[in-house]
Design a protein around this ligand. Structure first.
Ligand code: NAP
Length: 544
């Protein structure tokens, strides 16, 4: 059921026909839904504009076969409601997209959030009027809303990237980006399929479609370090254990750097004997999820010898699984450090390359030259024909979704231009000259909801602080923003995430500035920083 904003109990209409609310939220995914819930509880009127025709954000759009959590399901859901925690039963340790979408629908219904959401509404522009201290959002279909505050809950990875290949418009088969997989699915049975990309998305998708296709060609530019997910069904005993241990699970997640439940081994890989080190590598390898890196010796996740030692262990695991040594070598990553790109988790990915009907093509050696009416052609001249062509080519991360909205702050300054050389914010979520705008999507990586929940709480508490203390607007000082940008640059230099060319640093998008896009700090450090800022009467912000 779609209830329009006009039916929302919160909405009021101004004389000029524009809907008036206290807060505009953009997006109805994990962050947007919780923002609505918090805002309403704090007594604000709010509207969320959502591009899709349902809630879920990432879990609404990414319906490609194989899409599932890489975080343990019971660490991924919301923790703000004990009732919700007890009612919802995750069926698998790493839940798949259909269940995840159902969960977010369940949340929207349970907390009656739909009436605040205007679906199929993409915000095209967001313009600040200094005289009235109001933001006006205008959607693609011309609907307008005005508010004092705005929260962009538009996700880190929502602006899909399709490389600008010559000839794409001439392609006569079925094609899609994984982020726009049609609800009705794509019939792969007996079809010739091509897939471009081998990131976390492709690695989930490829084993699923390889089951059905007549022939699959995978175009790989960079092989990744992929680790076995080892998903399984949650049995009754484990379910009971999970439900009775949510406080401990939560506490554990909140104590770790990336808000996952795994804790690094405080020992160095080289502080133990070779046998003990290998025993730990093998033991963790046999375990599910991200444990292989997040519960490993601490120095495995730092640039240096331990990192390379473990990288070689993973390379050998790949070599063991792929029968053809030449293909195996193509799949072995050699140009980046283990963990410097987001690790894909896989379920039978490498075995796919042992199938007779699957071919791996190295497009670093021989790049894609153009898309043709029947398929594609490599620079070296080789032609391929497909019934379906899949772009698993990733995202213009973090700033990409903001750039899709024309955002104008004080004096008509355009955010996209301000962010041209990388985001300029204070703590990832607030930019000088854009009062009362919280770019909440730009503030976190890690186990997403575990970072997003406290972030939403901080932002909505801040909005309440402004209201309750007789202020009308809040924005960071220029100095706080400059200091933060410098901190991002300096802090970023030291961490693994900046060492490879990936979306973490915008290096996957031709022409995009190469800078770290999210904070270099751990999640506990970021929470402490925000708490300190709030405790010191919003130090670093101007309130007026
Ligand atoms: P991605 O990691 O950026 O991978 C994109 C792939 O497309 C890469 O292999 C890239 O090659 C390739 N590519 C891009 N342009 C190309 C071109 N012109 N020619 C040939 N190849 C090209 O994107 P993704 O796989 O969608 O994953 C993005 C992020 O989404 C992940 O890192 C992760 O954070 C998130 N994700 C999460 C889950 C989960 O939680 N379960 C699942 C999937 C994705 P290069 O590597 O050479 O650039």
């Amino acid at each position: 059921m779609v209830i329009s904003a006009q039916e929302s109990s919160a909405a009021t209409q101004s004389a000029d026909g524009i809907e008036e609310v206290d807060v505009i939220v953009i997006g109805a995914g994990v962050t947007g839904l919780y923002s609505l819930y918090r805002l309403r509880n704090l007594g604000f009127t709010a509207i969320s504009f959502e591009e899709g025709d349902g809630v879920g954000g990432t879990w609404y759009w990414n319906r490609y076969p194989g899409a599932r959590f890489d975080s343990e399901s019971y660490t991924y859901g919301y923790f703000f409601s004990e009732e919700l925690l007890q009612e919802w039963e995750w069926k698998e340790h790493y839940s798949a997209q259909p269940e995840n979408e159902r969960y977010l629908n369940y949340v929207a219904d349970k907390f009656d959030l739909r009436r605040h959401i205007r679906f199929e509404s993409r915000v095209a522009s967001l313009v600040y009027n200094e005289a009235s201290n109001r933001w006006t959002a205008t959607t693609d279909d011309g609907y307008q809303a005005r508010s004092q505050f705005v929260i962009t809950a538009i996700g880190i990875l929502s602006a899909r990237y399709v490389p600008d290949f010559e000839g794409l418009e001439s392609y006569e088969g079925v094609w899609t980006h994984t982020n726009r997989w049609p609800k009705e699915g794509i019939d792969m049975v007996g079809k010739r399929v091509g897939i471009i990309g081998t990131g976390a998305t492709a690695v989930q998708l490829i084993p699923e479609i390889a089951k059905d296709v007549a022939h699959l060609t995978v175009f790989q530019r960079t092989p990744n370090f992929c680790v076995p997910l080892r998903n399984s069904v949650i049995d009754d005993d484990t379910q009971a254990y999970i439900k009775s241990h949510y406080p401990e699970i939560y506490a554990q997640c909140m104590s770790t750097a990336g808000s996952f439940m795994h804790m690094f081994d405080p020992r160095s890989a080289f502080s133990v004997s070779e046998e003990e080190k290998m025993e730990q590598y093998e033991r963790l390898w046999a375990e599910p999820g991200f444990k292989k890196w997040l519960a490993n010796f601490y120095d495995v996740m730092m640039p240096g010898e331990a990192n390379e030692d473990y990288a070689e262990f993973v390379r050998n695991k790949i070599r063991e699984r792929v029968h053809d040594p030449e293909v195996a070598e193509m799949l072995v990553p050699k140009n980046h450090m283990f963990g410097s790109k987001r690790l894909p988790c896989e379920s039978g990915y490498y075995e796919v390359y042992n199938q007779d009907n699957v071919r791996l093509v190295d497009v670093r050696q021989d790049p894609i030259a153009r898309i043709t009416p029947r398929g594609l052609q490599l620079t070296g001249g080789e032609d391929f024909e497909f019934d379906a062509l899949i772009f698993a080519t990733g995202y213009d991360a973090v700033t990409g979704p903001l750039n899709l909205i024309h955002i104008e702050g004080i004096g008509g300054e355009v955010l996209k231009e301000k962010f041209a050389n990388g985001p300029r914010t204070f703590m990832g979520m607030s930019s000088y000259g854009y009062p009362n705008l919280f770019t909440i999507n730009a503030a976190s990586v890690g186990n997403f909801p575990r970072s997003a929940e406290p972030l939403v709480e901080w932002v909505t508490d801040t909005v309440a602080y402004v209201r309750d203390n007789g202020h009308s607007r809040i924005q960071p000082t220029k100095q706080a923003e400059d200091d933060w940008v410098q901190h991002m640059r300096e802090g970023g230099e030291k961490i693994l995430r900046t060492q490879a060319d990936s979306w973490f640093v915008g290096a996957n998008i031709p022409g995009k500035a190469r800078v770290l896009l999210t904070a270099p700090d751990t999640a506990p450090v970021m929470r402490a920083k925000r708490a300190e800022v709030a405790a010191n009467d919003y130090e670093g912000f101007t309130l007026d």
